[in-house]
Design a binder for this molecule. Structure first.
Ligand code: 7TS
Length: 407
């Protein structure tokens, strides 16, 4: 069991007051999470004691920085079940990780007649790159619809797959519906069709145990800032064979083997995909974040969030709100609602007056909102430090908003 009250002591920002003295109720974790002292201190210590460039310095600090940078890759590999640090590429964020695959594989390999399969619930990060790659290459984008409950329609997914399918790119968890998708099944069916399978793990890796060797995807993308780590660093996991056969995405220093006037060769994995001075302090921060999450236990985190979302459903049942997406047993720790008569932005603003931080809008999933016929929702998303009392504060703030609007 996770003790959220004890966890909170590690997060200095949670003691802050907002909106004229209200305790902060931070429920915008799907956008970004807060950082524990352990992460802040690890990065602070790196800058105070070690700061140096990596790979090319033959001096003590450079060697220490390089060791820490490689160790961060190894820690990420261990955390998600990858076979080695060679399969872990650091990027700027999940968006850049997905773009790396879109550029290096999609843009170079797709031809007219080829097909890319995504779903109706993808975040713009896993939607727009494929729109653009298909536009540039003449490949066709197939969009798998959802069931009325808000699950991925697996029959439609199977029907969308064919010998023409080159790439499948699907989310492991929707940032709006909370829907958890069956990654292992998605990968199996995609591979049977001969496609390369990419999983957007931005909302899954921070919240439940990940084991890429068990699920078998070719690529997995996620962001450190949604899992207690710093902004500025994301991860692309790629199966070794897949990364080896790919050309680099960005070109420049650090990613080369040898350069002459005539041409260049590429560095070993994963450095071939990390052009320029990389995200060193951020990698140290991500390492500390993973240590922190592992100490709590990913299964305990998942259970904790499940309890919070169940409580939210119970309490919200007494309010005239519409919850978007499937029941708690099929979703992760977030809940997006519509309240008739109040625009989501007005609602979020009234919640802010109560100290409750939520996100309002289309949540970077406009095609999903269009398909659902919804303009915007207010979303509460939970993490390790959220308590049942904060779920109640969210619901109470919604009730208060109704009163303000005299609904
Ligand atoms: N994929 C999913 C499923 C996401 O939820 C997000 C960010 C991304 C990709 C992109 O991550 P980034 O770190 O590259 O920006 N989602 C959200 C959100 O729901 N609210 O703010 C950002």
């Amino acid at each position: 069991m996770l003790d959220a009250k004890a966890v909170r002591r590690d997060f200095p920002i949670l003691d802050r007051k907002v909106s004229g003295g209200k305790p902060l109720v931070y429920l915008d974790n799907a956008a970004t999470t807060q950082k524990p002292t352990q992460v802040i201190d690890a990065m602070d210590r790196y800058y105070r004691e070690t700061n140096s460039n990596v790979h090319r310095s033959i001096h003590e600090l450079g060697e220490r920085a390089t060791e820490q940078y490689v160790a961060a890759h190894e820690r990420v590999a261990e955390f998600i079940g990858a076979s080695s640090y060679e399969e872990i590429v650091f990027t700027k964020n999940c968006t850049e990780a997905l773009n790396l695959v879109a550029y290096s594989r999609g843009l170079r390999e797709l031809k007219p007649g080829d097909e890319v399969v995504i779903s109706q619930m993808e975040h713009h990060s896993n939607f727009v790159p494929w729109l653009e790659v298909c536009r540039l290459t003449g490949a066709k984008l197939r969009i798998v619809p959802l069931t009325p409950e808000g699950m991925l329609d697996m029959a439609a997914y199977e029907a969308a797959l064919s010998r023409r399918t080159r790439l499948v790119s699907l989310t492991a968890m929707s940032n709006v519906l909370g829907t958890i998708t069956p990654v292992k099944e998605i990968v199996k069916l995609g591979h049977e069709a001969g496609a390369t399978v990419i999983i957007d793990g931005a909302q899954s890796v921070p919240h439940s145990a990940t084991d890429v060797r068990a699920t078998g995807e070719d690529f997995l993308a996620f962001s450190a800032h949604k899992m207690l780590g710093p902004t500025g660093i994301g991860v692309l996991y790629g199966r070794r064979e897949k990364l080896l056969e790919m050309e680099p995405f960005l070109f420049g220093g650090e990613m080369i083997g040898r350069v002459t006037n005539e041409g260049a060769t590429w560095n070993d994995l994963p450095w071939k995909f990390e052009a320029g001075t990389p995200v060193i302090a951020e990698a140290v921060g991500l390492h500390a974040a993973i240590d922190y999450l592992d100490a709590l236990g990913m299964d305990a985190i998942h259970q904790h969030e499940r309890k919070l979302v169940e409580r939210a459903f119970e309490r919200l049942a007494h309010l005239p709100v519409k919850i978007i997406g499937p029941p708690p047993s099929k979703r992760g720790g977030l809940v997006a609602v519509e309240m008739e008569g109040i625009h989501a932005h007005d609602l979020a603003s009234l919640l802010n007056d109560q100290g409750v931080a939520v996100r309002a809008g289309h949540h970077c999933a406009q095609p999903l909102m269009n398909a659902l016929g919804i303009a915007s929702t207010v979303r509460a998303s939970f993490y390790v430090y959220n308590t049942p009392a904060e779920v109640d504060a969210f619901v109470a703030a919604l009730e208060h908003a109704r009163k303000v609007f005299q609904l």
